[in-house]
Structures are given as structure tokens and as C-alpha cells.
Design a protein around this ligand. Structure first.
Ligand code: KG4
Ligand code: ZN
Length: 350
């Protein structure tokens, strides 16, 4: 079965073509990726310091058709060969979701093929199966993106149990807000990570929120406020010292955030008796987090699995893949022309 995947939940337009033969015959799941095309709107939103929903929706409209052509050409697959269409139905920006959903549903209707609405986080969560060392079910997933931070127990496709989540800011959101405080452009996760590499450890001691809360929940808004307080109190008058000040602060921020994420992940592993951890979502690209998780995994005796780096942030491949696995399990949209989007959507209910 050849599945077209469409992602438009936020500020990336992603289209991909996935052939399920690889998955069904036990070959590496990544062999099924026939074509992928992506456009990031980051440059467009940068001037505003964050995503402008109306601009995002309009840009998705402009990009979907050219990206579809690009993905199909790369896959050497004509449109008529598509067997099903998977699209991100939620969660995300309502207007942005409407573009991909209307497009995906209409295309499926015109081709007389089934369609399936995919949960964006399920896309992230299953993307490590497309990596070099794919995990086996069951596993624990640490989902860390711009909008979500969750620990999830995964028994199989569609079998998800929430173990803990952030009570305020998401990890990616904390990265982006900290980036702004350190004078870096939106979205600053990767830039903060890079800056932290040249920072001295221990110059600043920032809180490690909810480290000892006894549960698997997170809180990151206080950490960002702690960065703000340090900037307000200690920002050097001499601009020659600003670079190192920012780097040291970035280092303290990353150290705190990574410590909490690693500690809670290890706790989830210990609590559930699972032996495998999956890291997914945009913050999953973070070098320091990957290194710390690998180190902890060695000590505690569990394995860590990552998506390929280019599939950490939003993309069409993960939606095509998650949709394909759902379709193989017998799921599909009701065959009616009516559709809706789910800007808020609980994954455990998907
Ligand atoms: O998964 P994603 O593309 O979008 C959402 O679904 O939210 O994640 C985007 C988030 C942004 O907050 C971005 O700053 C963060 O992932 N991010 C990183 C890195 N690369 C992207 N955060 C830390 N380190 C990185 N290397
Ligand atoms: Zn995402």
C-alpha cells in the first residue's frame, strides 16, 4: 500500500510518500520512504518572534501543491498510484490543520481512496521506528516538542498511556523563550544548545523544577523565569563579557532541563519495568539530552532509540508512516465528505 502523508499542524509543510511493503516484509521501516518534501516557515515567522497563525495557514496553502509534486517526483510515483491519504488532524493551529485536512480529504475523495486523520504526536512517537536501531514494543516514549512534553507508555500502535506531562511550558517552549532572553532568534532550541557548548558549567545554579516531585510530571516555566532573573540581575555592563555570560547561562539552563528530563525518563523506565526508551519531538534533536540519556541508559541497563535527526522536527514522513500503520490496523476515516480538525486532542483517546 502506498500512503501519502500530509503535515501542516504548525510552521512546517511536509509531504511524503510511504510504501508499506518494507514494514510488512520485515525490512527496515525506513526503506518504505519513497519521497519526502518539506518547507519550513521559520524564516517567515522570525521577524515576529514566534509563529503567526494566519500567516502559517496562508503559507501552507501556497506550499502544498508544489510540495506534493516534489514528493511524488522523488518517489517516481504517479498520483493515481496512491492507495490512501494520511493527514495531521490535530493537535495544532486550527487554521493550519484545516489546510492539510481539507487538502488530504479532498484528494482522497477525488482519487476514491481511503483517508486517515493522524494525531501529530503519534507521528513523532512512532518516528524512531524509522531510525537505525528501531525499538520493539512495548516502550516508554519521551515526547519533547515545542508544544508538548509527555512521558507515554506505548504497548503497540494506538495503545498509549500517559504517565506524566508538563503542567505549564513545554520543553521546546522553554528553549525558545530562553533563546529570546539570550538574544537568539526564534525558534532558538538548536541555537541555545550550541551556545551552551561554550558555556562554563556551574557558574549559574538554576532550579531543576519538580525533580523530586515523586511523580512523572514536569514544569518548565519557572526555569525560564529563573533565566530572566539572572539576566536582570547579572547581565554585564561591558558588552565584551555578554557573549560568555549568555553561554554560561545557556549551559546552566540546558544542564537543569536535561537533568530533569533524564531523571524522569529513568524513573518511568524503573516504574514500568520497560527496557526501552524512545526520544521523539523537536527537542529530541538536542545533543546534550541525547548524550545524557545514553549515559543513563548504560548505567541503568535500558536502551534508547531516536528518530533520524531530520525526522525529529515536524515532517510529512512521520505522518505518512503513522497513518500507514493505522491503516494496516484497519483504521480509516468515515467515508463521508464531512470533516473536522482537532486543535486539542488527547493522544490516549486517538
Ligand atoms: O516537534 P517540533 O518540530 O514542533 C512541535 O511539534 O512543537 O519541535 C519544535 C521545537 C522548538 O521549540 C525548537 O526550539 C526545538 O523543538 N528544537 C530544539 C532543537 N531542535 C529543535 N531544542 C533543543 N535542541 C535542539 N537541537
Ligand atoms: Zn511536532
Amino acid at each position: 500500500m502506498i500512503v501519502l502523508g500530509i503535515e501542516t499542524s504548525c510552521d512546517e509543510t511536509g509531504i511524503a510518500v510511504y510504501d508499506t511493503t518494507a514494514w510488512e516484509t520485515g525490512r527496515p521501516a525506513s526503506d518504505g520512504v519513497l519521497g519526502q518534501a518539506l518547507h519550513s516557515q521559520i524564516a517567515m515567522h522570525r521577524d515576529y518572534g514566534g509563529v503567526v497563525p494566519e500567516l502559517a495557514s496562508r503559507d501552507h496553502i501556497r506550499r502544498v501543491l508544489p510540495l506534493l509534486d516534489e514528493a511524488l517526483a522523488q518517489a517516481k510515483t504517479p498520483l493515481q498510484a496512491i492507495d490512501a491519504v494520511a493527514y495531521t488532524q490535530g493537535p495544532g493551529l486550527a487554521g493550519a490543520l484545516l489546510v492539510g485536512t481539507a487538502f488530504g480529504r479532498s484528494l482522497a475523495l477525488a482519487l476514491n481512496k481511503p483517508s486517515i486523520g493522524v494525531h501529530h504526536l503519534e507521528g513523532h512517537l512512532l518516528s524512531p521506528l524509522l531510525g537505525e536501531s528501531a525499538p520493539e514494543f512495548p516502550f516508554i516514549a519521551l515526547l519533547v516538542s515545542g508544544g508538548h512534553t509527555q512521558l507515554m507508555q506505548v504497548e503497540g500502535i494506538g495503545k498509549y498511556q500517559l504517565l506524566g506531562e508538563t503542567v505549564d511550558d513545554a520543553a521546546g517552549e522553554a528553549f525558545d523563550k530562553t533563546a529570546k532572553l539570550l538574544g537568539l532568534d526564534y525558534p532558538g532550541g538548536a541555537a541555545v544548545s550550541l551556545l551552551a557548548e561554550s558555556g562554563a558549567p556551574g557558574r549559574f545554579e538554576l532550579p531543576k523544577p519538580m525533580l523530586h516531585s515523586g511523580d512523572l510530571d514536569f514544569s518548565f516555566s519557572g526555569l525560564k523565569t529563573a533565566v530572566l532573573n539572572q539576566v536582570n540581575r547579572f547581565a554585564p555592563k561591558d558588552s565584551a563579557e555578554t557573549g560568555q555570560f549568555h553561554a554560561d547561562l545557556a549551559r546552566a539552563f540546558v544542564d537543569s532541563l536535561v537533568t530533569v528530563l533524564v531523571e524522569k525518563s529513568a524513573k518511568a523506565i524503573a516504574q514500568t519495568g520497560s527496557r526501552h526508551l524512545v526520544l521523539a519531538g523537536g527537542v529530541g534533536a538536542n545533543k546534550q539530552l541525547r548524550a545524557a540519556l545514553n549515559q543513563r541508559a548504560q548505567i541503568d541497563g535500558f536502551t534508547v532509540h531516536y528518530p533520524p535527526l531530520h525526522l525529529c522536527t515536524d515532517n510529512g514522513v512521520m505522518i505518512a508512516f503513522a497513518g500507514a500503520l493505522r491503516l494496516l490496523a484497519g483504521h480509516r476515516d468515515e467515508p463521508t465528505p464531512a470533516f473536522d480538525v482537532k486543535p486539542r486532542w488527547d493522544l490516549t483517546a486517538a
